[in-house]
Design a protein around this ligand. Sequence first.
Ligand code: AHM
Ligand code: MG
Length: 361
Amino acid sequence: MSSSPVASSSVSLTRFLIESERAGHIEPDLRLLIEVVARACKSISIAVGKGALGGVLGDAGGGEASINIQGEAQKKLDVLSNEILLEANAWGGHLAALASEEMDHAVRIPDHYPRGRYLLLFDPLDGSSNIDVNISVGTIFSVLCCPDCIEGPTDADFLQPGTSQVAAGYCTYGPSTMLVLTVGHGTHAFTLDREIGSFMLTTRNMRIPEETKEFAVNMSNQRFWEAPMQAYVGDLLAGKDGPRGKDFNMRWVASMVADVHRILTRGGIFAYPLDSKCASKGGKLRLMYEANPMSLLVEQAGGAASTGRQRMLEVQPTGLHQRVPVFLGSRNEVEAAERYHLEHDTPQRERAYEGSAVNVA
Ligand code: AHM
Ligand code: MG
């Protein structure tokens, strides 16, 4: 059963975090850090909400394309959201360094501010292809701890597996602005009360149903997928008459935050698999500030998250902007997708083993 939201709440994010601290779930510095991130998200929400009236739509770079480290053209709101998060988090004293989808390398907190022991990673505005068409976008963030790197943090200090995250969340800028957060004790949703300017707890302990009849994938990539993904989605599309024995529905917003929010709310599976267009990069979505924080949120809500071949949170990162295939959502469906990959890989491994045995002999 998925959890049901409450119509109104008297528990603000501030109160929730103070109670989490009292329960021993977070340190005071982490509480303050999350408050700062939430405040920055409110500013981004205001900028996104103004749309064309705020002069923030369109590409950054004033005529010349502005390209980020990913080789992607930046939107004005990508740049603005990045600046809001950087500025808000520079002076609090909780962080050693920050890393962002929009910056080549991690940025150390300037020497004139105190440094703390946390590392913050974010995708300042995910789903930016949706900005100019007024469809939900969002901010995704992940917090790691690095007690030994306070003075000289480097990119390498960020390369910790997702299991090391001490907090993760996203803020979705949709019909309402919502912050969804985990500090490792469940996944909780807060809705921005625009009149009082506070995030209020609206769903405590979100739960993703184990079973689902809904999948989210960009079907236009079908012909580029690997064989196990072709087989998996082929069986979903076969519906009642196929091996899965039930009809599936499909949704694809092309904003990971919006797709994951739907899955946290009513179940489903989200997939951005390996395809021949992105295979040389390892996938489309980024491990450190997209896949890992979403995977922790999903696992904390009872779901599962995988590369198709490995639990996402156990992937050992090798680069700040590393990409991975992503399958996450309802547990039974993610496990089904993994089985297709396993069944496809196993005979190959056996063939390789037999080949090498012959050579050795
Ligand atoms: P972005 O970080 O550049 O916005 O890209 C990530 C987005 C995800 O939000 C979304 O799931 C995916 O890219 C959509 O990709 P596609 O346009 O290939 O469907
Ligand atoms: Mg993104």
